[in-house]
Design a protein around this ligand. Structure first.
Ligand code: SF4
Ligand code: SF4
Length: 169
């Protein structure tokens, strides 16, 4: 049986459609973050980007997002993935891990990312523009960087199954 594309292709080898489908629709990366200037460590808040549809967990203007939100980061295979949630499909594949059961590519159901409690649905505490940036420290949360109990966080693909990892910039 042919292995699914994320198990046999590197991020760079994926087609545009494959690349886009790696996003599980959690919207964790659309939460506002604070960066420690000394260490580069990234801390998540539960304040959502102003363009995020917090119920659907989708960008409300995906095509124009880069023009409308200056700090929206376009994720590419050359990206450094450390700042993304450990559950993120891109980060997992870049780290040589398989996708989890809740990922729509595995479950065949776009709702499983919500049912598993991975998405931000029901967990947003504020919206960018309505919360003062200086108050962001009050909105810091740990859950966007955590994996749920029982997840196979260390489940790696067997050696040799991936051709290469994403290039680190
Ligand atoms: S964190 Fe990753 S999987 Fe989740 S919405 Fe962002 S890019 Fe997609
Ligand atoms: S502009 Fe869209 S994709 Fe970018 S962070 Fe905001 S909601 Fe997410």
């Amino acid at each position: 049986m042919t292995k699914p594309f994320w198990q046999r292709k590197s991020l760079k080898e994926m087609t545009t459609a494959e690349w886009e489908s790696l996003c599980d629709g959690c919207a964790r990366c659309c939460l506002e973050k604070l960066e420690d200037e000394d260490t580069g460590k990234v801390y998540y808040t539960n304040v959502a980007c102003r363009l995020l549809d917090c119920e659907a967990c989708r960008c409300s203007d995906y095509e124009n997002r880069m023009k409308r939100v200056k700090d929206c980061v376009k994720i590419t295979p050359e990206e450094q993935f450390f700042w993304l949630p450990k559950t993120c499909g891109y980060r997992r594949v870049a780290e040589g891990k398989d996708l989890e059961w809740w990922h729509p590519l595995v479950s065949g159901n776009p709702d499983t990312v919500h049912e598993a409690g991975i998405s931000v649905r029901g967990r947003v505490g504020g919206i960018e523009g309505k919360v003062r940036v200086r108050d962001y420290p009050d909105y810091l949360v740990r859950w966007p960087m955590l994996e749920p109990k029982g997840s196979s966080k260390n489940k790696k693909l067997e050696p040799g199954k991936k051709k290469s990892r994403a290039k680190k910039a």
